[in-house]
Design a protein around this ligand. Structure first.
Ligand code: NAP
Length: 321
């Protein structure tokens, strides 16, 4: 059987590390792309004990000639595109850089595939943030897109770039439209990771209070290692398509804080609302319907949000110095 060779962009991120682990388990050769001046940031791969098993290559995804050379040299069968400026908050401060990287990198990758090897299967990391101003819940694959942040706008543009190349050039391109997913490897600035990490510090007397923004909004979130299984399954399908990957449940950010505080016996008066942390625009409530992914991919997901919080808290406590 032909050796499967997967290129994973954004391999130094949360999803990149878990996906690489899964692909190695499925006997793929894994080539992880990193950006030049950030190539020491491979903590996720080290944490999972797989750093030595993946081939790491610096590649500027804004330079199509580098991507073309890379594809010609390494002959990938699959490309999973996870690299992005992934923070909604940061995108309000850096709208142009976010839009530029998150869109041009996708154009470059798809154009390179079209030129060098149109048989390569391509996965794009799309986001539930694309739905933004929600009218009807739950969100399905056919819900209307109305992005509410520069990040979400960039993801909509990248998403439609993928659809355009799939429809116009018959490339095997699929988008996973993922709702928030968390793990120990999540960046510290993201809400659930920050709440858990800082709550542990409060419980150990290392921090006085937890400062948060708007916590009356509700989110559908799940466990990242299970969500990367869906990414893999998506590229195993003969016919490319787009899939919502979500838990189907929603919880307010305030409930998340209360749950974690109660687990750690922290009084509820030890969090503070900080107006500086409010965003210019915010999705009020969002949750999705994962029926298509479960039916067509055979994706199994049965964790509820509180079980996910338990897993995250347990792993964070284990690793807390
Ligand atoms: P993450 O932890 O923030 O990782 C992002 C990755 O992209 C990192 O490897 C980062 O490299 C790389 N990257 C960022 N800017 C770059 C640039 N200018 N040039 C090259 N590489 C760059 O994100 P994640 O949580 O794993 O998410 C993976 C993908 O899924 C992203 O596209 C994200 O937008 C999307 N997504 C995530 C979620 C979620 O809840 N996690 C939900 C929906 C969609 P460095 O390590 O060098 O910074």
């Amino acid at each position: 059987m032909k050796q499967k060779i997967a290129i994973v962009t954004g391999i130094t991120g949360q999803d990149g590390a878990y996906l690489a682990q899964l692909l190695l388990h499925e006997n793929h050769k894994v080539i992880g792309l990193t950006r030049g001046n950030h190539n020491d940031n491979q903590n996720g791969l080290s944490y999972l004990g797989i750093k030595e098993k993946v081939t790491l290559i610096n590649c500027d995804l804004l330079d199509i000639s580098q991507i073309i050379k890379l594809i010609q040299q390494h002959k990938p069968t699959h490309i999973y595109n996870l690299a992005a400026q992934s923070s909604v908050s940061l995108s309000f401060q850096q709208p142009i850089g976010t839009f530029q990287f998150n869109t041009i990198s996708v154009f470059n990758l798809l154009e390179a595939i079209k030129i060098v090897d149109p048989d390569i299967r391509f996965y794009q990391a799309s986001s539930s943030e694309m739905y933004g101003k929600v009218n009807d819940l739950p969100i399905t694959e056919s819900s209307i897109l109305h992005p509410l942040s520069p990040y979400a706008i960039s993801k909509v543009a990248a998403h439609f770039t993928c659809i355009h190349y799939r429809e116009s050039y018959k490339l095997h391109i699929s988008c996973g439209i993922l709702f928030n997913h968390e793990s120990y490897l999540r960046q510290n600035t993201f809400f659930v990771k920050k709440v858990i990490q800082e709550s542990i510090k409060i419980s150990k007397g290392q921090l006085d209070v937890l400062k948060v923004g708007n916590i009356d909004i509700k989110r559908d979130f799940g466990y990242a290692p299970k969500y990367t299984e869906a990414m893999y399954l998506i590229l195993q399908q003969e016919i490319p398509s787009d899939y919502l990957i979500c838990s189907g449940q929603t919880i307010s950010l305030r409930e998340i804080i209360h749950y974690i505080f109660d687990k750690l016996n922290i009084p509820h008066n030890l969090y503070q609302i900080d107006d500086q942390l409010y965003r210019p625009a915010e999705i009020e409530n969002i949750y999705g319907n994962n029926a298509k992914a479960k039916k067509e991919l055979g994706w199994v997901y049965d964790l509820d949000v509180l079980q996910t919080l338990d897993l995250l808290l347990e792993e964070e406590l284990k690793n807390h110095a």
